[in-house]
Design a protein around this ligand. Structure first.
Ligand SMILES: Nc1nc2c(ncn2[C@@H]2O[C@H](COP(=O)(O)OP(=O)(O)OP(=O)(O)O)[C@@H](O)[C@H]2O)c(=O)[nH]1
Ligand SMILES: [Mg+2]
Length: 627
């Protein structure tokens, strides 16, 4: 007798595969209850002596199970649709140049996007190499200048490293670069900008520190000599002449790397970098320097409301050196504007080569040629640097050179992208940057770069995050406001170790003061009244080093007063309060104050901070969606 097999049991599939499986799984499988050859047939087929009541009961049970299954399917479908619709969390990183925005973003990438991080690793080699070349060439520049100066004064006397010499003219014309001899001034005039790379930490004055508030100078101080004493003569010899000669190829290498990396590799030119900071134009700079989207400035200061000028450049110079279109938020794109997602990051940027590699019209063949050329150039660069390893080491460790740099008060070690202490590891043919190298590498951000992160685990599964990293130099700040109106959160970086430094692009402005004004403007901005603001008081490691070295905070911030201790705890407490007060005073409506003391080159500590920050932002985001 043939068995009457009634309805196919989808519930079977659910329970067999662990429950909750979707119907497409169940229907895709052959139903064992209908196939007498199936090993499960005996378990699932109805008993041969089934009574009508039993059959009715069984069919009801099956129908109920089917219903439950269908409901689960519907729920899953709805969940998937909701996931697709989940609004991305948007976070904007703000702060002056060299405040640590890109470094913070790298930390996010390192913690939450390991795959992309690994893929980009080798692309960072060029940046680290450039940083190394710059430091070396900067020392060579100073060496050349000092040798010319000493040579002009007298012929070197034999014996001993140092002899007494009159104070060179640099002391009477202090500058924040630490480079201000007539030769340098001439070079600056020719190059149209600063001779020294502003990415190096330099105090307000090389040999004559002065308070940013008083504007006055103190007497010349140089390590080991009493204030006001004539500076000892630096005794250069053939070794230095030889080093200059042998390290000559590094200038070409630097130029090549700069061309390959593009404008992000260049430093701001003070004369072009925007107007002086005023209360009215905190995001100041020439708005026409960038082609921004149409103005959404609203209540923004006048300098910002000129955005959208058609005379401006219509692209950002990206890390690959090509001028790629200016990134414009999709909602604000004008008719003929197009944009490029920078989410592909540095790797893609570095792989592409100018001119053929980056051009939209370039053929596959041209791109291939460009790529090969790029690889050949990279090999050549690495070879030259490796050949210079010993000489770079000899230059950096030379006692006369050390004294020379100390006189200039040029603290290369404290600046971004300092790798001279790692020369034996980096100047080798098979160099691969470590995580730490990548985090410490310095490449200025031009325009606005968008990064995407997709969280895959836990409550954030499927949640997309968009992070925007902006250029912090004055002239690039005009590009910020168009991103203000739909951000969930802003991470604002204020580098607090910079209390004794001036802005590279405007030597009249103290860097801490600049951060204060920017913070005030961000807090006061009406478009941001509901945006969560998270403040990172960054570069605490450098702050500690500076205070321990005896630099007095109160000399630069008189309101700190003489009673407080000149230590990290007192200074950070004071600064926290100042920033908090500003947020309270200037925010259009009450807002919470979130602050973290950070050293974002410390990846372990930063990972912990970022977990707290991420959870805070997400909670706020979910709350906003609920109400
Ligand atoms: N010692 C120390 N160095 C830091 C810290 N944060 C950033 N840096 C270094 O400072 C340099 C500048 O940091 P970036 O993240 O490139 O600065 P940015 O704000 O993105 O600068 P722009 O792109 O010019 O706007 C980098 O070489 C970093 O490694 C910190 O907390 N401590
Ligand atoms: Mg940056």
């Amino acid at each position: 007798m043939a068995r009457t097999v009634t309805s196919p049991t989808t519930s079977f599939t659910s329970s067999f595969l662990g429950g909750g499986t979707t119907s497409h799984t169940s229907t895709a499988l052959p139903n064992p209850a209908t196939n007498p050859d199936d090993p499960f047939y005996a378990f699932l087929a109805p008993p041969p002596d089934e009574t009508p009541e039993q059959r009715a009961a069984r069919e009801k049970k099956e129908a109920d199970a089917r219903k439950v299954n269908d409901e689960i399917d519907e729920m899953l479908k709805a969940e998937r649709a909701a996931l697709k619709k989940k609004k991305a969390v948007k976070v904007l990183l703000l702060g002056q140049s060299e405040s640590g925005k890109s470094t913070t973003l790298k930390n996010f990438q390192l913690t939450y996007a390991r795959k992309a991080w690994q893929e980009e690793r080798s692309a960072w080699r060029a940046v680290v190499q450039l940083n190394l070349c710059r430091s070396t060439n900067l020392i060579l520049d100073i060496l050349t200048e000092e040798m010319a100066f000493e040579g002009a004064l007298s012929t070197p006397s034999p014996g001993g490293l140092i002899a007494n010499t009159p104070v060179p003219p640099t002391t009477s014309a202090p500058s924040s670069t630490g480079l201000h001899t007539p030769e340098i001034e001439e070079l600056e005039q020719h190059s149209g900008g600063s001779y020294a790379s502003p990415s190096y930490t330099t105090p307000n004055s090389p040999r004559t520190p002065r308070s940013p508030h008083s504007g006055g100078t103190t007497s010349v101080t140089t390590p080991g000599s009493p204030p006001g004493a004539p500076l000892p003569k630096l005794l250069f010899d053939d070794k230095h002449r030889l080093l200059k000669l042998r390290l000559g190829p590094l200038r070409r290498v630097q130029r090549d790397l700069e061309v390959r990396l593009g404008a992000g590799a260049e430093e701001p030119i003070p004369a072009l970098a925007g107007a002086a900071m005023t209360e009215a134009a905190p995001f100041g700079g020439s708005a026409s320097a960038l082609a921004g989207p149409s103005s959404s400035a609203g209540a923004l200061p006048a300098a910002m409301s000129t955005l959208g000028s058609s005379s401006a450049i219509t692209g950002n110079v990206q890390a690959n050196g090509s001028v790629t279109p200016y990134f414009v938020p999709p909602s604000r794109r004008g008719p003929q504007e197009f944009y490029v997602r920078s989410s592909t990051g540095w790797k893609a940027a570095l792989e592409r080569l100018r001119p053929a590699g980056s051009g939209r019209s370039s053929t596959e063949r041209e791109r291939e040629d460009a790529k090969n050329r790029s690889e050949r150039e990279a090999e050549e660069t690495t070879r030259v640097i490796a050949e210079c390893r010993e000489d770079i080491g000899a230059l950096w460790n030379d006692e006369v050179v050390k004294t020379m740099l100390a006189r200039r008060r040029l603290r290369l070690e404290e600046g971004g992208g300092f790798f001279l202490n790692d020369i034996d590891r980096i100047a080798v043919p098979n160099y691969e940057p470590s995580d730490d190298d990548i985090v410490r590498a310095r490449l200025r951000t031009m325009g606005v770069q968008e990064y995407r992160f997709m969280f895959e685990k836990g409550m954030e599964s499927g949640q997309e995050w968009l992070m925007y990293d902006v250029g912090g130099t004055r002239s690039l700040r005009a590009a910020w406001p168009p991103f203000f109106d739909d951000m969930n959160a802003i991470i604002f970086l204020a580098p607090i170790s910079c209390f004794d430094e001036k802005l590279a692009e405007d030597r009249r402005v103290n860097r801490l003061e600049d951060s204060f004004l920017l913070w005030k403007a961000v807090c006061a901005n009406k478009l941001l009244r509901k945006t969560m603001l998270i403040l990172f008081l960054n570069k605490c490691d450098l702050l500690e080093r500076k205070l321990n070295a005896g630099v007095e905070f109160k000399h630069y911030v008189p309101s700190f007063g003489g009673e407080r201790k000149n230590d990290v705890a007192s200074v950070t407490k004071y600064l926290k309060q100042k920033f908090r007060d500003m947020s309270k005073q200037h925010s259009p409506q009450p807002r919470s104050f979130f602050v973290h003391l950070t050293s974002v080159i410390d990846t372990k500590a930063t990972a912990i901070t970022l977990t707290a920050v991420r959870e805070g932002i997400l909670r706020d985001h979910l709350r906003a969606r609920m109400f």
